[in-house]
Ligand binder design. Structure first.
Ligand SMILES: [Zn+2]
Length: 266
């Protein structure tokens, strides 16, 4: 359906070469100093040739990524283009670059478990790339098997230990505690996005859910909610999910129970 084949950013014909290389917007991304070698982009460069050459590019050390970051930037350009077209959300070149770097690091970390130090403690990062501590979002759910009712609770704690946001929600017809926990995370993400929060570290005491979020294979009952959580995750500039013991999650637990037993669900 070729209803509109022009670049949403500049109006020129939208080809792969244009999106990934030649659009004035894209050139602002490539103009960042990313590689040790010079990135030579001429008007006749094609994505195919640059892609082949990129295997030899060496990232500058501050990126902390061994393999070339070229494909990650292409992926970030593509997803940003889709956000612009389908959700009317615009990202700046610096956002796109940050997202590419974050994705590449995340990928690297998951390929070599235990060998690379966690990103947040990487001492080689220059000040501009320093990872600040995200606000922690504690989530929990309570679930009643006889009523199939679930209460979800969450609150956000800043690194300075201030609670900036909290919420509860009650759901009916919930088939498992795992689904309830997943709904708690989804509700918390929606609330955080509404409040304009873009950095977040989700904490849950449900190990099965944290595992499910990092796995490709989801059981059918929570598949849709997990996909929702994944989709919402892309709207944060940085997000992580981590397990915490139940003993550290008592306030979210209290919120969740209060929601489940609330006589007037909202
Ligand atoms: Zn363009």
């Amino acid at each position: 359906m070729l209803t509109n084949i022009s670049c949403r950013r500049c109006g020129e014909l939208e080809t792969a070469d244009h999106i990934f290389l030649h659009c004035a917007f894209t050139r602002r991304i490539w103009s960042a100093s990313i590689w040790r070698n010079e990135f030579i982009l001429t008007d006749t460069s094609t994505l195919a040739t640059i892609f082949l050459e990129s295997a030899n590019y060496i990232n500058l050390p501050p990126l902390g990524i061994k393999e070339t970051i070229f494909p990650w930037i292409c992926w970030a350009i593509w997803t940003a283009r889709n956000y612009l077209i389908f959700e009317n959300r615009n990202f700046e070149p610096t956002d796109i670059l940050s997202k590419a770097i974050a994705n590449a690091r995340e990928w690297n970390a998951s390929q070599l478990p235990g060998l690379d130090p966690p990103i947040a403690r990487n001492p080689r990062l220059p000040p501009t790339l320093t990872i600040t501590t995200e606000p922690a979002c504690f989530t929990d759910a309570a679930w009643h098997s006889s009523t199939n009712r679930a209460g979800c609770g969450w609150y956000i704690l800043t690194p300075e230990k201030t609670i900036t946001l909290q919420g509860t929600r009650m759901f009916e017809h919930i088939s498992s505690p795992l689904m309830a926990e997943a709904l708690a995370i989804r509700s918390a993400l929606l609330h955080a996005l509404d409040a304009g929060i873009t950095l977040i570290c989700i904490k849950s005491d449900c190990q099965a859910l944290i595992n499910a979020l990092s796995s490709k294979y989801h059981s059918a009952d929570i598949y849709g909610i997990i996909r929702d959580i994944e989709a919402l995750s892309y709207r944060f500039s940085r997000i992580s999910f981590s397990f915490i013991p139940r003993s550290q999650n008592s306030m979210a637990d209290t919120l969740a129970k209060s929601a489940m037993y609330s006589a007037f669900p909202n």
